[in-house]
Design a protein around this ligand. Structure first.
Ligand code: GDP
Length: 367
């Protein structure tokens, strides 16, 4: 569910399809419905659920992915009516994050986010289970019979307790990993090495730019969320000053709050930077919306007051009209192509100009 025009919904759905493909799915068909608000019981309108059921049958799809966050009961109702697995945007994004997390910290952060998502949804899951296992004849009704629910509830409570336990343990672990990082960072700042954070919507070309700027071999994938674990590389200015460049988590519209929460410590690292290089995909149909989404996430971790250098990437593939429009919209932005190298020298200079000047030792001379 997206606020705005049908074109906004189409963009959002195209992105959802790309996300699903990143997660390894094959996308068969898209369905859009105009509504003022989601249906409380079935998310899409009840009539539209029949259309959806027909599409599922005719395409042989085994999963329905909804572009929004479904309540536990909406999810359950849709699964019952379509007879296939239903996944919402949040679960899909969590799944991709889980596939891409590589560092110990990244993995712990994803698991924390997944468990937080799962906890309030456990009831639906438990009910489905007890309905399936409760073959006593009484358990056929909605919610299972009295006799079926009893043991199910107990099991549910144990599961919940176990999950809460795991959540607090993960929180502790993430906290201690953060301490290590903070210490490293403190050492860097004592040596007054300026830090530049590369932020930007997912797939904008952050990793490619980092590679161009530093010659580092960072994985570049045409997949959303190739970057999960922050990579920090050293770079030097033309007059030989050292600074660091870090690639950050890919941002996406409606980033699930569980993700923002779990990745807070990684995202907060951006807030410690001296400069944010904000990369925008010049070939995207709605770059302004992407910029807004990134700003919203930066604001959540109080990184919105840092100096920002806007960089429009992929100028080799963007159309001229769009580039002219973006130049008028963002007169201070630097236009580059990580592919062809166009604009890279200008970008290096722009970064250097914005770095804090080298620390000057000040000594008080007392009379
Ligand atoms: P990230 O998710 O922001 O780190 O983006 P990546 O650096 O992984 O790049 C995402 C996709 O965009 C990849 O398929 C890149 O090959 C492609 N890409 C990156 N820079 C450019 C560019 O300057 N021009 C074009 N045409 N494609 C690019």
């Amino acid at each position: 569910w997206t606020e705005g025009t049908v074109a906004d919904a189409e963009n959002s759905l195209t992105e959802l399809a790309a996300l699903a493909e990143t997660a390894g799915s094959q996308v068969l068909e898209g369905l859009i419905q105009r509504r003022t608000r989601p249906d409380p019981a079935t998310y899409i309108g009840r009539g539209k659920v029949d259309d959806l059921g027909a599409v599922v049958l005719s395409t042989g799809a085994d999963t329905v992915i909804c572009d929004g966050e479904l309540s536990p009961s909406q999810l359950r109702n849709l699964e019952q009516r379509t007879k296939v697995k239903v996944v919402d945007r949040t679960a899909l994004i969590l799944d991709i994050f889980a596939q891409h997390a590589k560092s110990k910290e990244g993995k712990a952060q994803v698991e924390l986010a997944q468990l937080q998502y799962l906890l309030p949804r456990l009831r639906g899951w438990g009910e489905t289970l007890s309905r399936q296992t409760g073959g006593s004849g009484r358990g056929g009704g909605a919610g299972g019979g009295v006799g079926v629910r009893g043991p199910g509830e107990t099991k549910l409570e144990t599961d919940r307790r176990r999950i809460r336990h795991r959540i607090s343990r993960l929180r502790r672990e993430i906290k201690s990993m953060k301490t290590v990082r903070v210490t490293k960072r403190a050492r860097r700042s004592r040596n007054s090495v300026p830090a530049v954070a590369i932020a930007g919507y997912t797939n904008a070309g952050k990793s490619s730019l980092l590679n161009r700027l530093t010659g580092a071999g960072v994985l570049v994938e045409n997949a959303l969320f190739a970057t999960l674990d922050p990579t920090t590389r050293k770079a030097t200015t033309s007059d030989g000053r050292l600074y660091t460049l870090s690639d950050t988590v890919g941002f996406v519209r409606h980033l699930p709050h569980q993700i923002v929460e779990a990745f807070r410590s990684t995202l907060e690292e951006v807030a410690e930077a001296d400069l944010v290089v904000h990369v925008v995909d010049g070939t995207h149909p709605d770059p302004e919306e992407q910029v807004r989404a990134v700003h919203a996430v930066l604001a959540e971790v109080s990184a919105d007051r840092l100096p920002e250098l806007l960089v429009v990437n992929k100028t080799d593939a963007a159309d001229e009209d769009t580039l002219l429009r973006l130049k008028r919209l963002w007169p201070d932005a630097i236009f580059v192509s990580a592919y062809s190298g166009r604009g890279m020298d200008e970008l290096r200079v722009a970064i250097e100009e914005r770095l804090p000047s080298p620390a000057v030792e000040v000594r008080a001379v007392l009379p």
